[in-house]
Ligand binder design. Structure first.
Ligand SMILES: NC(=O)CCC(=O)C(=O)O
Length: 287
């Protein structure tokens, strides 16, 4: 068996999303290119949720395209090949059989399509909070939910992918843990209401529950649309410590995922093996 990497360097690209899809994709991929050239040991780049489409149900179908052969996918594949890195392409709106999915695509260093994660838990809330404004939003009118979990490996370390609201479901993260995942990545678009309340705590909870890295990669703040993104892309280590956090604006961060922390946490706090599966169980109903 080949040796597992101890440290994997990751590019976290918190990017703005405009109304001109081609221009947004060109800008985002250009910033990833700059970061990768300045940091040639980086192995993976991660983009935000809905990174080529303004986040609102009225836009989803209009911006949707086919996976893996649409124009955004081609651009992601070409960039992965050019830079010889893995890319988690945030998410885009995928059109398939007249249905629209919120889909994260994963690309390998030869430009190969490794897989897709269709957001499993569609986002719908109706929150009113003093001081925070509140948030009413539903993806259910326009989107279809996915059914499958998605993992892939870089140098012997297993990554799992969810999309934004998927992070609220501890069962999903546990299923990924049961599949051997060591880092969960959620391209995200938390808004200014729930972001400050919950984003960090959710990441810390999922990380400590499962002894794994948990990363969110979010859209940069644009104060003009109805849905105002919180920004604050963040990486939390298996011990629940925040090792990187962006502000609200466009920002590219380089983050070392030191997987020896996963090994240490799991050895020193062996809760996974202490589960009372004689008393309870969690089952992944694979399709
Ligand atoms: N884009 C999303 O799924 C947003 C999730 C969110 O804000 C939440 O509170 O959950």
């Amino acid at each position: 068996m080949s040796r597992k990497a101890n440290v994997i360097k990751v590019i976290i690209a918190q990017m703005p999303v405009g109304h001109n899809k081609e221009a947004t994709v060109a800008h985002t991929l250009g910033e990833v290119r700059k970061a990768a050239k300045a940091n040639p040991t980086a192995k993976l780049a991660i983009l935000p949720e809905s990174f080529n489409c303004p986040y609102g149900p009225e836009h989803f179908r209009k911006y949707s395209e086919s996976v893996p052969n649409g124009p955004t996918c081609k651009a992601l594949s070409n960039l992965a090949k050019e830079l010889k890195i893995y890319i988690i392409g945030g998410s885009i709106m995928e059109l398939d059989d007249n249905k629209v999915y919120n889909t994260s695509t994963i690309w390998g260093p030869s430009g190969e399509f490794i897989g897709r994660h269709r957001k499993i838990h569609l986002f719908a809330v109706d929150i009113r909070k003093e001081n925070l404004g509140g948030c009413t939003f539903s993806e259910f009118t326009e989107l279809t939910a996915g059914k499958d979990i998605t993992t892939f490996e870089i140098e012997g370390r297993k990554f799992g992918v969810g999309v934004c609201h998927d992070i609220r479901f501890d069962e999903l993260a546990k299923i990924y843990r049961m599949e051997g995942t060591e880092a969960m990545i959620y391209p995200a678009a938390f808004c200014v209401c729930q972001g400050p309340m919950h984003l960090k705590m959710l990441q810390q909870a999922r990380a400590i529950d499962n002894g794994m890295f948990v990363g969110t990669v979010c859209c940069a703040r644009d104060p003009t649309p109805e849905y105002v993104a919180w920004g604050h892309s963040m990486i939390v280590d298996p011990w629940g410590q925040t090792i990187a956090e962006a502000g609200e604006k466009e920002e590219v961060m380089m983050v070392d995922f030191d997987f020896t922390k996963v090994d240490e946490f799991r050895k020193q706090i062996p809760i996974f093996n202490q589960r009372r599966t004689d008393l309870y169980s969690l089952v992944y109903k694979k399709n």
